[in-house]
Ligand binder design. Sequence first.
Ligand code: NAD
Ligand code: DAU
Length: 352
Amino acid sequence: MILVTGGAGFIGGNFILDWLSHSNESIINLDKLTYAGNLDTLKALEGDLRYRFVQGDIGDRALLGRLLTEYQPRALINFAAESHVDRSIQGPGEFIQTNVVGTFNLLEAVRFYWNELPANEKEQFRLLHISTDEVYGTLEAATPPFTETNAYEPNSPYSASKAASDHLVRAWHHTYGLPVLTTNCSNNYGPYQFPEKLIPLVILNAIAGKKLPIYGDGKQIRDWLFVNDHCDAIRCVLEEGVVGETYNVGGWNEKTNLDVVRSICALLDEIKPRVDGKSYCEQIVFITDRPGHDRRYAINAHKLERDLGWRPKETFETGISKTVNWYLENSAWIQNVTSGAYRDWVQQQYGA
Ligand code: NAD
Ligand code: DAU
């Protein structure tokens, strides 16, 4: 079996569903259930004997130690993190606690477990750490995309905390020999993403007749990857990746934020036209920029393609269409996550 952390979040939840649709190997999910964790995402697995949920913190070394000893997983995939840049600006403490201290505790629990394994299991065990392209900092318009050898230059409390966690993972490999793999991925989108992030926020605000807030001039660039393609890449790195290596994962889909928002509006104009016949683009507003906002991220994912044969399957057009339709068809999931705490965040971040 394998153990994942943070499996009630966006990517981890999609990963668990994806894993069990490809394999009968059991999966155990350790998640603290912060505001971003939602067990509704995994409702379809109720009664599925291949899946088990445990509520807990990756920083709880004793709990993690017990789970590892009891279930003897052949791999652990660490998705658990505080993940939203804007929240890291408003309150960085939790980011240091989970992403840095939590990862340290997780590494120690795994190290003690791994040390005691019989030689053949020790050889086979893998710890896969899920990280982000934001650790590389920001790019100028004409600079080549990030490769795995780019220097780490994180600019936000979030990316600095993720960079710190990557460094810890690297050090536990070099010092203790822990068999680790790290992936650095670009912006994911798709079903079950918490609507604090740009794409779901814009879809839900649009159909609710609310404003579509664009930070600064909206010309910042991100590379977008459909979440199932990321799940595919993770399975590929877990099975084929070379221990100690890092792999960039990206969608070859660089877009400005304004273009992303306009594509969503165009899709909604077709699928669910406004009653006044105008475009959803009318709801776009430009608001104060995010402090320290990185201008451009772009990923060079050639290493993963060349060494392990992975390429994304979705184009931005197919992925965004699936995503918009999913949000239109899943109002129960949306209602559950947009409860009081979510409304408080929106009020705090965007005001009236
Ligand atoms: P998310 O915020 O949707 O989910 C995070 C999950 O981790 C939640 O279920 C939460 O309850 C859980 N969690 C938080 N703190 C925890 C703790 N201390 N112990 C146990 N569980 C805890 O995040 P996501 O978007 O699914 O991102 C998953 C991982 O992928 C993160 O490490 C993130 O840095 C990385 N990543 C995300 C993206 C993206 O675009 N979303 C891109 C690249 C990398
Ligand atoms: O690059 C990978 C990263 O992508 C992940 O590591 C993070 O966990 C994930 O949250 C994401 O970070 P971003 O900051 O790029 O994602 P977000 O959806 O918050 O914002 C995308 C872009 O849209 C960014 O340039 C900021 C802008 N934005 C965002 C929001 C929420 C707006 O213009 N308005 C908004 O209201």
